[in-house]
Design a protein around this ligand. Structure first.
Ligand code: QV4
Ligand code: CA
Length: 512
């Protein structure tokens, strides 16, 4: 009996679903392409004070430098070595960021690109972010070192050496994804090199990893690598804490590989979430917000405690990856704020907020010709610092969705209602919906084309609340609209369909 219990316990401990965020911090933000110096500042001046739990960072390791097109964002998904040296900064800056963010309770999650190195056409030379020599033609990466033996060229069974059919799990794992040199993760040596890279990051103080292209790696190989990872640094984390792992597996159904194969390692990205939520909020295909009543597993999503959810990510906001045209982004800011607001209010999944840079879209036959454009940069190719405007928004084409009042306040809402049940659902059988989280918070949407005037049961204690969408509580007053909850817990909501933000949210920490 004792042995069985022990086995069960170790089985549970080997996968890490808990994000290691501080108690009461329930979301992370992806600061896509930000410099380490800027992230350190942002942790101290904004993320810590506003209850963000952590930051997903762009890949920190050395990558190929691509000049045609000129410094695309995606060059960072083509590793050349595991030196901490990229457009975001060097190792010293990386260590400084981790220390400063950890010290204010905002943890760092590294985007780990371990399925492959650079593209097979990457050439030979020192065109890398730290000037390290490599030769893609003969698979030579001396700074790791990897050589031809460490790649899957011999194992892949397609004629081209590329993934040709996503219905065939062997190809998807053993062949090249868009020509990227595919690492032989079944080799003990390769596993050791990857674990060494990840353990270096763990020792510096990171709290977990996004596993890039996890679908293209065998779950057994990932399990073997994750079992070699150290516990988190006890300077900031409780003894025996395991690194949080969330795996990028795109499973919209109908392919040879399914997300459940990866539950034994950690959480998995739920790509159905943003694709469906976008369809509903855009009111495409006859969808209505009323149908969100059973959002979550009821929509065929993976179990909530396995899911990493988001409205958009760095790929599908620009037509890469999956999700298609329904994906909501900052370009559709009115609908986007509703989508992110809904996500942060709803209990399903562990939530990630996107923070982007802008670029001039140029659609030709439905494809954005500028989907490659890299972060705001100087003429020498270096990434521009994130500048902050007097009104707290960002400049220089940094979008900073996470600083939009509506989104920032909903990150706080989620922290306030953490652990509370989904309650008091109401809908008009169309696109006016509302729900609560126990007796802590309540949110109302009007995505119909007519005025909304309803009195709803909120479940909240009586009093005057500040709507945290049109404004927020500052001192003893509200900067936006006030909502009055009566002794029975009911409140009247009047929301115009013409409002820039046709939704309202209240919670117990925004009560006067
Ligand atoms: C091209 C052709 C190849 C050809 C090759 C010849 O497409 O068929 O063989 O040239 O050299 C870039 C280019 C791509 C180019 C490739 C190699 O866009 O056209 O191949 O480089 O030179 C990002 C980008 C990719 C980019 C890649 C590497 O999205 O466009 O490829 O970085 O720089 C699937 C996966 C999923 C993946 C998603 C995009 O299942 O895992 O596609 N998502 C993750 C990341 C994503 C990243 C990668 C995986 C790869 O989120 O950002 O791809 O690390 O759904
Ligand atoms: Ca692979």
């Amino acid at each position: 009996m004792r042995l069985v219990l022990l086995l069960v316990a170790t089985g549970l401990c080997s996968a890490q679903y808990n994000p290691n965020t501080r108690p009461g911090r329930t979301s992370i933000v992806h600061l896509f392409e930000w410099r380490w110096d800027d992230i350190a500042e942002e942790c101290e001046r904004y993320l810590g004070p506003n209850g963000f739990g952590g930051v997903q960072i762009s890949p920190p390791n050395e990558n190929i430098v691509i000049t045609n097109p000129n410094r695309p964002w995606w060059e960072r998904y083509q590793p050349v070595s595991y030196k901490l040296c990229s457009r975001s900064g060097n190792e010293k800056q990386f260590r400084d960021m981790v220390t400063r963010c950890n010290n204010v309770g905002v943890y760092i999650y590294v985007d780990a690109v371990i399925n492959h190195m650079c593209g097979s056409g990457g050439g030979a030379g020192t065109h890398s972010s730290c000037g390290t020599f490599f030769n893609a033609e003969n698979r030579d990466f001396p700074a790791v070192p990897y050589s031809a033996w460490d790649f899957n060229d011999g194992k892949c069974r397609t004629g081209s050496g590329e993934i040709e059919n996503y219905g065939d799990a062997n190809q998807v794992r053993d062949c090249r994804l868009v020509s990227l040199l595919d690492l032989a993760l079944e080799k003990d040596y390769v596993r050791g090199k990857i674990a060494e890279y990840m353990n270096n990051l763990i020792n510096i103080g990171v709290a977990g990893f996004r596993l890039d292209a996890a679908k293209h790696m065998w779950p057994g190989d990932l399990k073997a690598i994750s079992s070699r990872l150290n516990n988190l640094n006890t300077k900031w984390f409780p003894k025996d804490s395991r690194p949080f792992v969330f795996q990028e597996v795109i499973d919209l159904g109908g392919e040879g590989i399914s997300v459940n194969e990866y539950f034994g390692i950690g959480r998995v990205t739920e790509f159905k979430y943003g694709a469906k939520l976008g369809t509903v909020i855009r009111k495409w295909n006859g969808e209505k917000m009323a149908y969100l009543r059973n959002w979550g597993e009821g929509w065929g999503f993976m179990p909530s405690d396995r899911a990493l959810v988001f409205v958009d990510n760095h790929d599908n906001q620009r037509g890469h990856g999956a999700g298609g045209a329904s994906i909501l982004t900052f370009f559709d800011s009115r609908l986007y704020k509703m989508g992110v607001g809904f996500m942060l209010a709803h209990p399903y999944g562990f939530t990630r907020v996107m923070s982007s840079f802008s670029w001039p879209r140029n659609f030709v036959n439905g494809k954005d010709q500028n989907d490659w454009i890299g972060p705001p940069s100087n003429s020498d190719g270096s990434t521009k610092p994130v500048s902050i405007n007097p009104d707290t928004t960002c400049g220089d084409n940094w979008v900073c969705e996470h600083r939009w009042r509506q989104i920032k306040n909903m990150v706080i809402f989620r922290n306030v209602v953490d652990g509370q049940p989904f309650t008091n659902w109401w809908d008009n059988e169309s696109n006016q919906v509302a729900f609560g989280r126990g007796n802590k918070g309540f949110i109302v949407f009007n995505n119909d084309d007519w005025y909304m005037d309803v009195t709803l049961k909120t479940g909240l204690p009586s009093g005057t609340y500040c709507d945290v969408i049109s404004g927020q509580k500052e001192g003893s007053h509200c900067t936006g609209r006030q909502i009055y909850v009566d002794n029975g817990g009911n409140a009247r909501f009047q929301i115009s369909n013409h409002d820039e933000d046709p939704f309202a949210a209240i919670h117990v920490n925004a009560k006067l």
